[in-house]
Design a binder for this molecule. Structure first.
Ligand SMILES: C[S@@+](CC[C@H](N)C(=O)[O-])C[C@H]1O[C@@H](n2cnc3c(N)ncnc32)[C@H](O)[C@@H]1O
Length: 344
């Protein structure tokens, strides 16, 4: 942004604005949008794996489990000539690459893999993977969105004696102040999905996530879409919200200056409802622990006899068991929500 000022020659020329980010207050949704995806925003600049771990980075076992899910979808669709795998919020494209690499030739030759992200295409991505900013239309196959929705910007509100008020944040230091009333649509969302009772309670308005998820379901022609994220449901919303920042592997204050990831847990039950309204025929909402166990990820350790017969194989099996255990640990990744919806 520029202000027009008279130059020494008397012309009107653009000069850098004097307003600094210390003067700028935005609602959290607008601030997150700018800090994460604006010009030189965090996700356009940084590699997510440099700042935090996801299930994808924790172990290749995760991609293998997604491949099993994809195989089940393939069978349900009658092994079509072209089967889609769409990874939304693909980050560095590691999940898409991992599934592609592990797919058997008969499946791989029919796979059309699309990685969707606002970040630029990572280098060294297999060239079969299409990199896109938008979710494609008419998907036949599997959509997977691991830790995408928690990065879709949301507004934060605080309950006052006069009802909910939007929280505004200073872009430079993360200081907060109260702004105006939320829109009628947001108030309706809060009333249905995150009612606040006591002054001082805070909520994150998940409506933009519902809309983002509904847009995915609307683009699913046949198959399944799965959103995996830190989640809460109407019965257990945290009274002060979950807004958090991450940088260099540590939790930091969520300052929207582009220096850190900013995230908030997802009201996956509300997304499920939006998905149903967008055309989902079936819905399953469970935990990653249960979903991965159903896909054969057990964390079971190899037997001691295995150690005697094949010491090297035993050590590999032991390492795999510990990776599996991390992916299904109830206090960690295993506690994530899995929302799976399908269209016939
Ligand atoms: C936490 S990272 C997850 C990366 C990867 N799925 C994983 O599990 O390691 C979230 C990603 O979602 C992307 N993202 C957020 N909003 C998006 C949108 N509207 N469209 C496409 N990608 C988006 C971000 O750029 C970021 O790369």
């Amino acid at each position: 942004m520029y202000s027009l000022e008279a130059s020494a020659r008397g012309d009107l020329v653009p000069s850098p604005r004097r307003v600094t980010s210390a003067d700028v207050w935005l609602t959290w949704r607008a601030a997150m949008e700018q800090a994460l995806y604006g010009e030189s925003g965090f996700y356009l600049r940084e590699r997510p794996s440099g700042h935090f771990r996801t299930s994808v980075g924790a172990s290749p076992v995760f991609a293998e489990a997604v491949l099993r899910e994809l195989t089940a979808v393939d069978e349900a669709l009658g092994r079509p000539a072209v089967l889609d795998l769409v990874d939304v919020g693909a980050g560095e494209g590691r999940l898409a690459s991992g599934v592609l690499a592990a797919a058997p030739p008969g499946l791989r030759s029919r796979l059309r893999v699309t990685a969707v992200d606002l970040a630029p295409r990572p280098s060294r991505l297999p060239e079969e993977i299409v990199w896109a900013r938008l979710v494609p239309d008419a998907i036949h196959g599997l959509v997977i969105a691991n830790e995408w929705l928690d990065n879709v910007p949301v507004d934060v509100v605080e309950q006052t004696a006069d009802g909910p008020r939007l929280v505004q944040v200073n872009l430079a230091d993360g200081e907060e102040r109260l702004g105006g009333r939320p829109t009628e649509e947001d108030l309706a969302w809060l009333g249905r999905w995150w009612p606040m009772r006591t002054a001082g309670e805070r909520a994150e308005i998940g409506r933009p996530r519902d809309e983002a998820w509904a847009a995915v379901i609307a683009r699913l022609a046949r198959g399944r879409a799965i959103a995996i994220d830190y989640a809460h449901s109407r019965d257990d919303r945290p009274p002060y919200g979950t807004l958090a920042g991450y940088r260099d592997g540590a939790t930091v204050a969520p300052v929207p200056d582009g220096s850190c990831d900013i995230t908030a847990h997802v009201a996956l039950d509300a997304c499920a409802d939006a998905g149903r309204r967008a055309g989902a025929a079936t819905t399953a909402l469970t935990t990653q622990r249960e979903a991965l166990r159903a896909l054969g990820v057990t964390g079971r350790r190899p037997s001691v006899e295995h150690a005697r017969d094949d010491p090297r194989g035993y050590l590999q099996a032991l390492a795999r068991a510990s990776e599996e255990a991390e992916l299904i640990a109830a206090e960690g990744f295993g506690g994530f929500g899995w929302l799976a919806q399908s269209r016939a």
